[in-house]
Design a binder for this molecule. Structure first.
Ligand code: GLN
Length: 548
């Protein structure tokens, strides 16, 4: 029998429920428990695949091709285990299931209602992963904030499960904010009291309150929160702002979040945590020996969450290389042939990110050209790889109007074209090439060296692809097509051998980078950037000598 932990949020959004859930899961995992985390989102979209990154940040894709909330990325990065479609459920998906059942007549003439039909479907999904027998503990994070109309059925489902399951099989954690009022020089507990009251009115009393705060909580404040929110004082956990999200598990270990949680589950003497690897990672992360500056070329750069997995993969790869990766955001829309030098010179590497649609693509192509011609380490992801292909076609193969049919349907040289199976698809939700696909690597290519194996598997999310009609021309022109899908022959990796580091991949390697398993392309890219930074230093010294 699995045990269930529910994580709700109060007072404000963006308090980091996902990180608290992932940190708790990490600690429980380090004590030997088999843990998974799932996210229940109260919006009506069936999945976040159709959401603009400005709405909800990055869309995280799992092995089985589910388009999910970016918190699942944190779960995988912290736990180093895969999640799947079952780990992300939305109100839309719940209603879709219930309505489909109703259309089939499965409710036998009954009136279909929020309670019990919607709540039953929520409960079924809350227990689904636990029922597989694969996990000892299932943590369920409820998106949104307590008090929102749309999260009510989820809270009701938790209430019913608390009642239905044995007392020590459920734990409810409520994450709230304790604001500091500068004028009063005081931390304020009232918003938390109100939020817990609201949760209680909805029928659920939290067992643990995690308090997000900028300043330490005194024992007095903790006592006050405990007294007015009806929890034990030891169950008031301080979650003070940390320099990085990766410090949060250690902070929660010090605060005994996992111990208190296990106590409620009636597990008083759990095994000691084995967190050595995590600590070693933190040690390297906190003591970098050098700095590299990587240009991130994208069109959603004003929104950090849009490239979440890429930014986290840089952190993992930086730690391996014992260097701090400083990401310089460069808006692709404003890069022109005239200003590209000014915008990109001095960077140690360039990552051209994924994306959809026309906006900003000429800037991306200009940036690729600069990296190719100036020997700057280059890494293109998905649309970034497609831009590298277009740039090569235009400027090396002299096909001046080469393009992707996504940007120009009438281009005379569609070097990137819609995949055959995509041509008949009109629905937008869940219809891209999604999830894990095998890729065979060309022996002795850069990709082969990076991965150290011949067959890899990576996750995809796109509709367009390299147009194999141009295969020979590209090869003859000097581009190495070093990774292909063994079944379809689709080109998945391109590289330039006469360049210090130039690689473009059609898939999303950032989705598989974890703390314990940093992605090899990111690791090698950062290593190439470290060499580039060293080269700049030598050049600088030489110019100094000449000037002196
Ligand atoms: N828009 C491109 C495609 O659909 C690239 C997608 C991406 O970068 N994820 O093929």
């Amino acid at each position: 029998m699995a045990k269930y932990v529910f994580v709700t949020g109060g007072v404000s959004s963006s308090l980091g429920k996902g990180i608290i859930a992932a940190s708790l899961a990490k600690l429980l995992q380090s004590r030997g428990y088999r843990v998974t985390i799932q996210k229940f989102d109260p919006y009506i979209n069936v999945d976040p695949g159709t959401l603009n990154p400005y709405e909800h940040g990055e869309c995280y894709v799992t092995e089985d091709g589910a388009e999910t909330d970016l918190d699942l990325g944190h779960y995988e990065r912290f736990l180093n285990t895969f999640t799947s479609q079952a780990n992300n459920v939305t109100t839309g998906r719940i209603y879709q299931t219930v309505i489909n059942k109703e259309r089939k007549g499965a409710y036998l003439g009954k009136t279909v209602q929020v309670v019990p039909h919607i709540t039953n479907e929520i409960k079924r999904r809350m227990l689904e992963l636990g029922n597989t027998g694969k996990y000892d503990i299932v943590i369920t994070e409820i998106g949104g904030t307590i008090g929102d109309i749309e999260s009510l059925p989820f809270v009701e489902a938790i209430r019913q499960l608390q009642w239905e399951l044995p007392e020590d099989d459920t734990v409810v954690i409520h994450l709230t904010l304790i604001p500091y009022l500068k004028a009063a020089k005081e931390l304020k507990t009232k918003p938390t009291q109100h939020s817990v009251k609201m949760l209680s009115q909805e029928g659920v009393s939290p067992d643990i309150i995690v308090c997000r705060t900028e300043r330490p909580l005194s024992p007095d404040i903790k006592r006050k929160i405990a007294q007015f929110c009806n929890v034990k004082q030891e169950a008031v956990i301080e979650s003070i702002d940390m320099a990085t999200i990766y410090e949060v598990p250690m902070a929660m270990l010090r605060e005994k979040l996992d111990i208190i949680c296990l106590k409620k589950m009636n597990i008083p003497n759990p095994p000691e945590p084995d967190i050595v690897k995590w600590e070693a990672f933190l040690e390297r992360l906190n003591h970098p020996k050098s700095v590299v500056r990587i240009g991130l070329i994208g069109k959603y750069i004003e929104l950090q969450d849009a490239y979440k997995s890429i930014l986290e993969a840089f952190i993992h790869a930086g730690a391996v290389n014992e260097c701090k990766v400083e990401v310089v955001n460069v808006h692709s829309e404003y890069i022109t042939p005239e200003n590209v030098e000014e915008k990109l010179s001095g960077l140690d590497g360039l990552l051209v990110a994924s994306g959809f649609g026309l906006r900003g693509i000429e800037g991306k192509i200009t940036a690729v050209k600069y990296a190719r011609e100036n020997g700057l380490p280059f890494f293109g992801i998905c649309l970034g790889m497609q831009m590298a292909v277009i740039e090569f076609a235009r400027n090396v193969l002299d096909k001046k109007c080469a393009n992707s049919t996504e940007m120009d349907e009438k281009t005379p040289d569609p070097v990137i074209d819609l995949m055959e199976e995509q041509k008949v698809i009109s629905d937008k939700g869940g219809t891209m090439r999604l999830g894990a696909y095998d890729c065979a690597l060309l022996p002795d290519s850069l990709a082969h060296k990076i991965y150290g194996q011949e067959l890899i598997s990576e996750r995809h999310r796109h509709r367009w692809e390299f147009n194999n009609k141009y295969l020979e021309e590209f090869q003859n022109g000097g581009m190495v097509l070093s990774g292909k899908n063994p079944k379809s022959g689709l080109v998945e990796i391109v590289e330039l051998p006469d360049h210090p580091f130039f690689i473009g991949v059609q898939y999303h390697p950032e989705l598989k980078s974890t703390v314990e398993n940093p992605h090899p392309i990111f690791v090698h890219f950062i290593s190439a950037a470290v060499s580039q930074a060293a080269k700049y230093k030598v050049e600088e010294k030489n110019t100094e000598k000449v000037n002196n």
